[in-house]
Design a protein around this ligand. Structure first.
Ligand code: PMP
Length: 427
């Protein structure tokens, strides 16, 4: 077994102390293919975590597209090139017809930063509402939205946080329509507070799947009232699709389509280039033009021909390999398996999710629903020891995060479930 201590010391010396790593015993990965990863000792791991290699680690069609374009030309968007136009045409065809233009970036953080400024340009206001357990990225402006790492100097007066929806412990104990109304009432309160402030109200930014918040099972139409309140106040709705986008939830290409809403601005990232750094912002022409006029935006790398070739290949593979259908079928199958494990293991309080983004919330007791955050950490580490990589997340940091590359099959799900069964039995 390789000793990672020299590598760890070198990492700390060269990259600084606060670069976090997964697992008590970090994994030194050297190769990936499909849903599999190999470490430096040649040991194979089932990747149940990684949504970035969306169509599978090192998918040959994406690798080939990148290599072909990189050996032909790579420049920026100040020259004419069909690559970005062909891609944006394909991409926007998957959205509501009101969302027909795009800006390409390199990261999800940049995309959300632009989205906030688009909303400012369109409304003339700067106040933003986000949920209180979200993450939208790491620029100075966007890090103001994340409560997990409060910004140095505190939150700006222009940010309001509303309680993230939690279907396992709904606001005021309500469910269904009342749960949706309780969330909308919080949004209305935040809007009123911003309207009374010097900042005014510009936008509500949400992940329509609330992935980082623990992917609650929400009633159909949950967001409708909140969205209506935003529109009534003259604000914009920003849907952050970095997590649920590109068909991950198995029902629709986009999380907001699954939620039944049409946002004003949509932001994209992680899976878009299968690991090649590309993100984007999709909006209606008026919103995009207001932004371009106010901010005269240029991004040296965003939308370059190599990135567009990678992203186009990702769309091709999603379509040709029917990966959205696969996410739906395998996700349904795997969740049924988790429900069977729930009958056996009292620690599983709740099972939820959609498509290939699902998991179990772990609790110390089902009656009080006491979060089992430390045990969740142990489960994740024990899974890693047994060759299955997954994570944890959620409001209480006690939900397993199972979000594998999209070619994940029923056989892969069976393997993950049987290892989880063993790990839970051994707790
Ligand atoms: N939005 C959401 C919902 C995210 O989960 C993340 C990253 N985890 C981001 C935005 C930021 O994306 P990036 O790391 O590419 O800047």
């Amino acid at each position: 077994m390789a000793d990672n201590s020299a590598l760890l010391a070198r990492r700390e010396r060269l990259l600084g102390r606060n670069m976090s790593l997964f697992y008590q015993d970090p994994v030194h990965i050297v190769r990936g293919e499909g849903v599999w990863l190999w470490d430096a000792d040649g040991r194979r791991y089932l990747d149940c975590y990684n949504n970035v290699p969306h169509v599978g680690h090192c998918h040959p069609r994406v690798v080939e597209a990148i290599a072909r374009q990189a050996s032909t030309l790579n420049t920026h968007t100040r020259y004419l090139h069909e690559g970005i136009l062909d891609y944006v045409e394909r991409l926007t065809a998957t959205f509501d017809k009101s969302l027909d233009t795009a800006i390409l970036t390199c990261t999800g953080s940049e995309a959300n930063d632009i989205a906030l400024r688009m909303a400012q340009a369109a409304t003339g206001k700067t106040g933003v509402i986000a949920t209180d357990h979200t993450y939208h990225g790491n620029t100075a402006a966007v890090s103001q939205l994340s409560t997990r790492m409060p910004p140095v100097g505190g939150f700006g007066g222009h940010v309001r946080h509303v309680p993230a929806p939690d279907s396992y412990r709904p606001l005021g104990g309500e469910s269904g329509e009342a749960f949706a109304s309780a969330f909308a009432a919080e949004v209305e309160k935040a809007i009123a507070s911003l309207q009374e402030s010097p900042f005014g109200f510009s936008a509500l930014i949400i992940d329509p799947f609330f992935a980082n918040e623990g992917f609650p099972d929400l009633p159909q139409g949950f967001l409708e009232k909140a969205v209506a309140a935003v529109r009534k106040a003259g604000g914009l709705v920003i849907a952050d699709e970095v997590q649920p986008g590109f068909g991950r939830t198995g029902e629709h290409m986009w999380g907001h389509q699954r939620a039944g809403i049409v946002p004003d601005i949509v932001t994209l990232g992680k899976p878009m280039g299968n690991g090649h750094p590309i993100g984007g912002v999709v909006a209606g022409a008026d919103t995009l033009n207001a932004f371009r006029k106010a901010f005269r935006y240029f991004n040296t790398f965003g939308g370059n021909p190599v990135s567009c070739a990678a992203a186009t290949a990702v769309l091709d593979v999603i379509e040709d390999e029917k990966l959205v259908d696969n996410a739906r079928e395998v996700g349904t199958y795997a969740r049924a398996g988790l429900l069977r494990l729930q009958e056996k293991h009292g620690i599983i309080g709740d099972v939820r999710g959609s498509g290939l983004f699902f998991g179990a919330e772990l609790v110390l007791d089902r009656s009080e629903k006491t979060p089992a955050a430390d045990l969740a950490t142990k489960v994740i580490n024990d899974m890693r020891e047994r060759g299955v990589l997954m994570g944890k997340l959620g409001i209480h940091q006690c939900s397993t995060k199972i979000r594998p590359p999209m070619p994940f099959s029923k056989e892969h799900a069976d393997l993950m479930l049987s290892v989880l069964d063993d790990v839970l039995a051994a707790l």
